[in-house]
Design a protein around this ligand. Structure first.
Ligand SMILES: Cc1cc2nc3c(=O)[nH]c(=O)nc-3n(C[C@H](O)[C@H](O)[C@H](O)COP(=O)(O)OP(=O)(O)OC[C@H]3O[C@@H](n4cnc5c(N)ncnc54)[C@H](O)[C@@H]3O)c2cc1C
Ligand code: FES
Length: 287
C-alpha cells in the first residue's frame, strides 16, 4: 500500500557533483519513511520569489527514514533547463520545498526469482533502492547501466556492491561494453535465467527494453518520464496511452497511475498522441 504524499520544507544537507550529475540530499521527514522504489519527489525551484511556478520531478534515489536528521531523501539532478540549473547551485543549509512520495512504486516479485534492472543515465537512480528491496526477498538483481558516455552513467561504482552482477554499456565505449543496453540484455537474461525486467531511463530505451523482455515472454516494468505540471493527478499534462486489463486504451496519468507501468501495456507508437480508439478521445487529437 502506498502512503499519501506530504509537503515538507527541508534543509539541504548536501549537494555534490557525481559525473555529469548533481546528487542532492534533503531532510524530508514523512517522505523518507514511506517512500518506495520507483516513486518520485516534486520540488520547487528558484526560491520564494521565482517565476518558475511548476515543481520539478525527480526519482527518489535513496530514502533514509532514520538517523540524525529524522529522515532524508536523495535525488539525482541532470541539468536540463533553468529549474535544474538552479538545483545544481544548491548549498548546504538551503531550504527546499519537497512533495512526496509521489506515483506508483515498482511491484516486487512474490517468489525469489532473478531480476534484471536496466538504467539509462540518471535513470539508474531508483534502481538501487529496488535492488535492496529485491535482495530482501532473495531475488538476485543483475544491473545493466547504460549511458552515452562514462560521465553520464550514474552509480556504476555503487552498483558493484548493490547487485549480483553489473554490466555497463556506453555508446562511445569510454567504459564498459561499447553499445546500448539492449545489446547486452538478451545475453544477460539467458545467462541468469531472470524472470522479471525493470527499467528506468529515456523513453526509447524503455520501449526497446520492453521489446526484449517480451521476446523472452517475461514481464517488464518501466518507470516513464513524461513532462509533468501538477504531479498530483489534476492537470492531465502527463498522460500517455495505456491499455487496461479490459483491453481498452485510456489516456493515463503517469504522475498518479505511474510512473511505473507494465511495458507491454504502453502504446509506445502513440505516446505524444491520443489514439483514435482511446476511451473518450476525439480521433486524431494531440496534446
Ligand atoms: C517521474 C519523473 C522522474 C524524473 N526523475 C529525474 C531524475 O531522477 N533526475 C533528473 O535529472 N531528471 C528527472 N526527471 C526530469 C526532470 O523533472 C526534468 O529534467 C526537469 O523538470 C526539467 O526542469 P528544468 O526547469 O531544468 O527544464 P525546463 O525545460 O525549463 O522545464 C520546464 C518544464 O518542463 C517540464 N520538463 C522538462 N523536461 C522534462 C523531462 N525530461 N521530463 C519531465 N518533465 C520535463 C518540467 O516539469 C518543467 O515544468 C524526472 C521526470 C519525471 C516526470
Ligand atoms: S502532472 Fe498533472 S495530472 Fe499528472
Amino acid at each position: 500500500m502506498t502512503v499519501p504524499p506530504v509537503q515538507v520544507r527541508g534543509e539541504v544537507l548536501g549537494r555534490r557533483r557525481v559525473g555529469a550529475y548533481h546528487l542532492v540530499e534533503v531532510v524530508a521527514p514523512g517522505i523518507a519513511e514511506s517512500a518506495r522504489p520507483g516513486q518520485f519527489v516534486a520540488v520547487t525551484v528558484g526560491g520564494p520569489a521565482s517565476s518558475m511556478l511548476l515543481r520539478r520531478a525527480f526519482a527518489i534515489y535513496r530514502a533514509t527514514p532514520v538517523g540524525a536528521y529524522t529522515g532524508t531523501v536523495k535525488f539525482v539532478v541532470g541539468v536540463h533547463g533553468q529549474g535544474t540549473e538552479w538545483l545544481a547551485g544548491l548549498r548546504q543549509g538551503d531550504q527546499l520545498d519537497v512533495v512526496g512520495p509521489l506515483g506508483t512504486p515498482f511491484r516486487l516479485p512474490t517468489k525469489p526469482v532473478g531480476c534484471v534492472l536496466v538504467g539509462g543515465g540518471y535513470g539508474s537512480a531508483p534502481l538501487f533502492g529496488l535492488a535492496d528491496a529485491l535482495a530482501a526477498r532473495d531475488c538476485p538483481a543483475h544491473l545493466v547501466l547504460g549511458a552515452a558516455t562514462a560521465d553520464r552513467l550514474f552509480g556504476d561504482q555503487e552498483a558493484r556492491r548493490a547487485a549480483a552482477s553489473v554490466t555497463v554499456t556506453t555508446d562511445d565505449g569510454s567504459t564498459g561494453v561499447r553499445g546500448v543496453v539492449t545489446d547486452v540484455l538478451p545475453g544477460l537474461v539467458e545467462r541468469t535465467g531472470a524472470l522479471v525486467v525493470y527499467a528506468c531511463g529515456p523513453m526509447p530505451m524503455l520501449r526497446a527494453v520492453g521489446q526484449v523482455a517480451a521476446s523472452y515472454a517475461i514481464p517488464c516494468q518501466v518507470a516513464v518520464e513524461e513532462s509533468m505540471a501538477c504531479g498530483i493527478g489534476v492537470c492531465m499534462t502527463c498522460v500517455l496511452p495505456v491499455v487496461g486489463a479490459d483491453g481498452v486504451t485510456r489516456m493515463t496519468r503517469s504522475c498518479v497511475d505511474g510512473p511505473v507501468f507494465a511495458a507491454d501495456r504502453v502504446r509506445w507508437d502513440e505516446v505524444g498522441r491520443v489514439p483514435a480508439d482511446a476511451l473518450g478521445a476525439p480521433a486524431g487529437a494531440t496534446y
